[in-house]
Write a protein that binds this ligand. Structure first.
Ligand code: TXA
Ligand code: MG
Length: 340
């Protein structure tokens, strides 16, 4: 199949382009589009055969359910068997935005979307292109990140094409996305709200609405997590180049360079100043977690394409502000040296 790429203005998308994309979705095709977090690979969520094409294009295991995107709270309520008060409060506070709520589903949601589970994951994305597409298609859109399974998530249209060119109908190229990291997935299907995947909405922001929420089972350790959220495979979000995440990255880079390896180095400016004559391909990232998240995947995509032997990443601080970034680095890494 030939994959079409169409540029679209990120803040005021051309209605004709959106209408074209909506037609493809309504006829069972696949469209990649920008959201405020990462690019999603969309299909009509009510059409099991269309959603099956997402799994095929991504090489995604059938056991990993996908998020359903809707244009507004009312459309989310149509797909769930229960809409508890705290769901309403969270939706009012965070939608449109990077919070995904897991709730008991109705029969309208095909089994393939939820990988057979009795719950469905829902969110209203905060990106003009995604919202325009949802409104034009008048459908809920099932959309995982638009990458091959376990690979790095795409934050630009080029990243989508590098994994999925020839496998999907259309890419809406809205330029780099503003967030750069996936949504927070919060399970509301049980008594205690629980974060299944840390993301752009921070735990403390959820606490402020709900009272203390449960953190991911192993937020600070390397050990494997119970597969409540089946997408949380240990190795995931990973470049092809082996990646190490270590506390003293300057020393590690020096060691590896002595061994003759070509290194990509993702560091804070403090680390970089400790090894100024390094020949590594150095990418400095911000000490602010939000800015860091926005840049991380683009930097990893770039270094991964550079034909290096190793990517060394300076370990970010073990504070909750960095929870989502550290989670993704842990999953991207072949070696993760946790300071704890
Ligand atoms: O920011 C995002 O969430 C992006 C954009 C495109 O919206 N989407 C995304 O989707 O990251 P994906 O499929 O790459 O990750 C979805 C995560 C997976 O960890 C999956 O297992 C979990 O959500 N998930 C989906 N449905 C679920 C359900 N019913 N119960 C528990 N976890 C679920
Ligand atoms: Mg993904």
């Amino acid at each position: 199949m030939e994959t079409k790429i169409v540029r679209v203005n990120a803040s005021s998308p051309d209605p004709d382009v959106i209408a074209q994309a909506a037609d493809i979705l309504r006829s069972g095709g696949l469209v990649a589009f920008p959201t405020e977090t990462v690019y999603g690979l969309g299909a009509n969520a009510l059409d099991g055969a269309a959603v099956q094409k997402i799994f095929a294009a991504k090489g995604r295991p059938a056991s990993n359910p996908v998020i359903v995107h809707v244009a507004e709270i009312a459309s989310a309520r149509d797909l769930v068997a229960e809409w508890p008060k705290h769901a309403e409060r969270l939706a009012e506070r965070f939608w449109p935005g990077p919070l995904t709520l897991v709730l008991p589903k109705t029969k309208r949601v095909p089994e393939i979307v939820t990988a057979g589970a009795a719950t469905v994951a829902l969110r209203v994305p905060a990106h003009p292109v995604a919202l325009a597409l949802l409104r034009a298609a008048q459908l809920p859109i099932a959309a995982p990140s638009a990458n091959r399974s376990t690979a790095l998530s795409p934050t630009r249209a080029e990243h989508v094409l590098s994994g999925l060119d020839g496998l999907i109908d259309l890419v809406l190229d809205g330029g780099p996305v503003p967030g750069g990291l996936e949504s927070t997935v919060l399970d509301l299907s049980e008594k205690q709200p629980r974060i299944l995947r840390p993301g752009l909405v921070k735990p403390a922001e959820l606490d402020a609405v709900l009272g203390p929420v449960m953190r991911p089972a192993h937020a600070w350790t390397v050990s494997s997590e119970p597969k409540r959220s089946p997408g949380m495979l240990e190795r995931h979000y990973a470049p092809r180049t082996p990646l190490e995440c270590v506390a003293n990255s300057a020393a590690r880079v020096r060691d590896l360079e002595r061994q003759g390896l070509r290194i990509g180095w993702v560091a804070f400016s403090d680390d970089a100043s400790q090894n100024r004559d390094s020949a590594a391909k150095l990418r400095l990232l911000s000490a602010d977690p939000g800015t860091y998240a926005k840049e991380l995947y683009a930097v990893l995509h770039e270094l991964d394409a550079a034909g290096l032997d190793r990517i060394v990443v300076a370990l970010p601080p073990a504070t909750e502000e960095w929870l989502a970034v550290r989670d993704r680095l842990r999953r991207a890494a072949t070696f993760f040296a946790d300071g704890n």
